[in-house]
Design a protein around this ligand. Structure first.
Ligand code: NOJ
Ligand code: CA
Length: 556
């Protein structure tokens, strides 16, 4: 496998609104991030990914951009950005930006012009269609609920919005629009950023004529049943042509990393985006991992099947167990309460020893948890609130709708970073834009700095280990244990073999490992609960505590 910095990198995702507030207005900002760069450097991460920081009316917290070349005033100025970039580079880290070009805000000047008249030169920058029987042009549904179309009274046509009605979809079939996007990308790259995370990038090429969705819910699967139409805009025939053009026009001229947010894929289709011979993207997120949630077998398949398929193409995988769109890693995969720390550490071990580039989400390095607020009005997330309102309208009892909201809300991952036990978790001196999780007094970075066994310190050790052991980056991935049961796998590079043992349950277990390695002669590199005893009968049986994770090195 060819070596490159983005294959070796550990990426840390920042949700700027909730990371650190420098001026007491309750909203995280760029200077707040600068003030925490030393923390990130000590953690050992290499690349920072910033969720959108562009000017935006914040209908979807920055994923609705009204000016691609201006910083959102709440987050700071262009000077603040240049300082952040410089200070990041000075510490030997890199910075990638969110690229949101499937849609803009309806307040973007392109859309303001586009909607002004049918003959406006920018009309065709967006996707317009005539009403059908006095209603929307087709039956597609928006990700945030309701129809994916909005009638614009000025011109009597509907525009497409796969997300909120303040997020009109761009028309990638228009070459002039594509050129404008590429120019904007070059502008940021020329400022010195190190790449892009690309928002819903495999949705950009809609099937011409926007046909009705006829797919049965079973075809869409449970995950996409609420968004009929997806089969006509996700992973369509044209998307690869656009990405190859983007590569030719922009990416090929810089040493950058790209990671695509892509949906509606199986491993075979996904590999096409990141097959190096095709010159499209470096990486994409493999959402089967996050969606596996508590299902260990599904998680194994998501790691093993994708790895096997990608390897056939010389393509590089990623590991992601949380981000700003999903509930908290530890609440979903591990356990809250007493086992919180051990389970957070176990999944950290997986995240940083599985093959591919790992993506950490802010706060997961502390084992931050979900919230459970009692009033719908405490929640902010446009997506979860859309689902909640739709449920109430359908007659779902309030208690049940609220339970759904608590479980699904993206706010779970968006509560402010818990820096200390001080007021508002040290995130702000003012009123935070979103409630802080009540557990901040016990669960915060300052406390974990003092405690050697903390989740934070364990993450640091793991990241350092990954840096020391090229085998954890470039080693082959060899699953060893049968499914179900504790997960044991090896990474193998030349004469080094690293064996990872994960007891991912709340039960202690005795695990015969002799077929896979000899624990008495192997070197224990890391464990979240000390060295596990080896039973004395000579059969190499490890006694593992609940949620115990161990990393051994052997020679081959
Ligand atoms: C995916 C982003 O991660 C999510 O936060 C956003 O709401 C949608 N794309 C729309 O941009
Ligand atoms: Ca602020």
């Amino acid at each position: 496998m060819q070596r490159s910095w983005w294959r070796e990198a550990v990426v840390y995702q920042i949700y700027p609104r909730s990371f650190a507030d420098s001026n007491g207005d309750g909203i995280g900002d760029l200077r707040g991030i600068v003030a925490r760069l030393d923390y990130l450097q000590r953690l050992g991460v290499d690349v920072l990914w910033l969720c959108p920081i562009y000017r935006s009316p914040n209908d979807d917290n920055g994923y609705d951009i009204s000016d691609y070349r201006t910083i959102m005033p709440e987050f700071g100025s262009m000077e603040d950005f240049t300082q952040l970039l410089g200070e990041t580079h000075r510490r030997g880290m890199r910075l990638i930006m969110d690229l949101v070009v499937n849609h803009t805000s309806d307040e973007h000047p392109w859309f303001v012009e586009s909607r002004a008249s049918r003959r406006n030169p920018r009309r065709d920058y967006y996707i317009w269609a005539d009403p059908r029987d006095g209603g929307p042009p087709n039956n597609w549904r928006s990700w945030f609920r309701g129809p994916a179309w909005e009638l614009d009274p000025t011109t009597g046509q509907y525009y497409l919005h796969l997300f909120s009605k303040k997020q009109p979809d761009l028309n990638w079939a228009n070459p002039e629009l594509r050129r404008a996007v590429y120019a904007m990308m070059r502008w940021w790259l020329d400022l010195g950023i190190d790449g892009f995370r690309m928002d819903v990038i495999n949705f950009i090429a809609k099937v011409p004529g926007v046909p009705d969705s006829a797919a049965a819910p079973a075809v869409l699967g449970e995950r996409y049943a609420h968004v009929p139409g997806i089969e006509h805009y996700a992973d369509t025939a044209h998307v690869h042509g656009y990405l190859q053009e983007m590569h030719r026009e922009v990416l090929a001229h810089y040493d950058v990393m790209t990671v695509g947010e892509c949906h509606f894929l199986n491993p075979e289709r996904a590999a096409r985006y990141v097959d190096p011979a095709r010159h499209e993207l470096c990486l994409l997120f493999q959402f089967d991992q996050i969606f596996a949630a508590g299902d260990r077998s599904a998680l194994r398949r998501a790691l093993e099947d994708w790895y096997a398929e990608f390897r056939r193409h010389g393509a590089w995988t990623t590991t992601t167990l949380g981000n700003h769109d999903f509930p908290r890693l530890v609440s979903v995969f591990g356990a809250e309460g007493e086992a919180r720390e051990a389970s957070a550490q176990l999944f950290a071990t997986l995240l940083l020893t599985a093959p591919g580039t790992p993506f950490l989400y802010q706060g997961d390095e502390l084992g931050m948890t979900n919230v459970r607020w009692e009033r719908a009005s405490d929640y902010d997330d446009i997506q979860a609130l859309g689902e909640y309102r739709e449920s109430i309208a359908r007659g779902v009892p309030e208690a049940q709708a609220l339970a759904q909201l608590q479980q699904h809300s993206r706010d779970n991952a968006r509560t402010p970073m818990q820096w200390s036990a001080e007021a508002h978790a040290g995130f702000t001196t003012g009123q935070p834009w979103l409630r802080v999780n009540d557990n901040f007094r016990e669960l915060n970075a300052a406390a974990q700095e003092r405690e050697p066994g903390s989740v934070l310190q364990y993450y640091r050790r793991l990241i350092a280990l990954r840096k020391q052991e090229p085998c954890l980056v470039y080693g082959d991935f060899v699953p060893l244990s049968p499914d179900p049961g504790p997960y044991v796998y090896a990474r193998v590079l030349e004469r080094t073999r690293i064996v990872v043992v994960l007891n991912w349950t709340q039960e202690p277990t005795s695990l015969p490992v002799a077929d896979w390695f000899e624990p008495r002669t192997a070197e224990l590199l890391l464990s979240n609960q000390g060295a596990p005893p080896v039973e004395a009968d000579g059969a190499g049986v490890l006694r593992l505590a609940p949620w115990q994770a161990c990393v051994y090195r052997t020679r081959v």
